[in-house]
Design a protein around this ligand. Structure first.
Ligand SMILES: [Ca+2]
Length: 175
């Protein structure tokens, strides 16, 4: 009994310490749960970003409202470089000739590259202008204006440096 009586105040102190410790641990646990909760909510909203708006896009596209956009890039070639090998030489002239003789087909971009006087048609005049250019005749001796060596982009693309860019916008898919 005596021992119990002596031990009582220290037991009380111990209990108070214990309670303080429990409270501290409880606060810490709540804090950790809050932090984890905020983090998890954040990652869920990032993972479900598309679902939140009800729209989604194919890979490579960025969702903007109810549209999906992406920018495509193509290398820019210079007028006259019909073969698209980054060089202006006799093979380009030959390609125009072969195209005019209907031996080969040129794609829309190649026809732009072949239209060296930019009059909207790739024809014998362009072939002649390119031939004169390649043989080293000065532009002053040319009968009409030519744009050989000027970078040009396929229709719908904008030129920026060595590349041509085009923004593609399509309707987003509904979830
Ligand atoms: Ca032309």
């Amino acid at each position: 009994m005596k021992k119990k009586h002596v031990g009582r105040p220290s037991n009380k102190e111990l209990r108070e310490k214990k309670n303080k410790l429990i409270l501290t641990v409880a606060i810490s646990v709540v804090f950790v749960l809050l932090v984890v909760g905020v983090f998890e909510t954040g990652s869920i909203s990032i993972l479900m970003g598309d679902s939140v708006t009800g729209y989604s896009c194919e890979d490579g596209y960025q969702l903007k409202g109810d549209k999906c956009t992406k920018t495509v890039r193509e290398r820019a070639y210079k007028i006259g470089d019909v073969s698209k090998d980054k060089r202006l030489n006799v093979s380009d002239f030959e390609m125009i000739q072969r195209y005019l003789a209907e031996y080969i087909n040129l794609d829309d971009y190649q026809i732009l590259l072949a239209d060296v006087n930019k009059d909207g048609v790739a024809n014998m005049i362009d072939a002649t202008l390119l031939q004169k250019y390649l043989s080293g005749m000065t532009s002053g001796s040319m009968s009409s204006e030519q744009y050989i060596g000027e970078p040009i982009c396929p229709n719908g693309y904008r030129l920026n440096g060595a590349y041509c860019y085009m923004d593609i916008t399509i309707d987003a898919m509904r979830e």
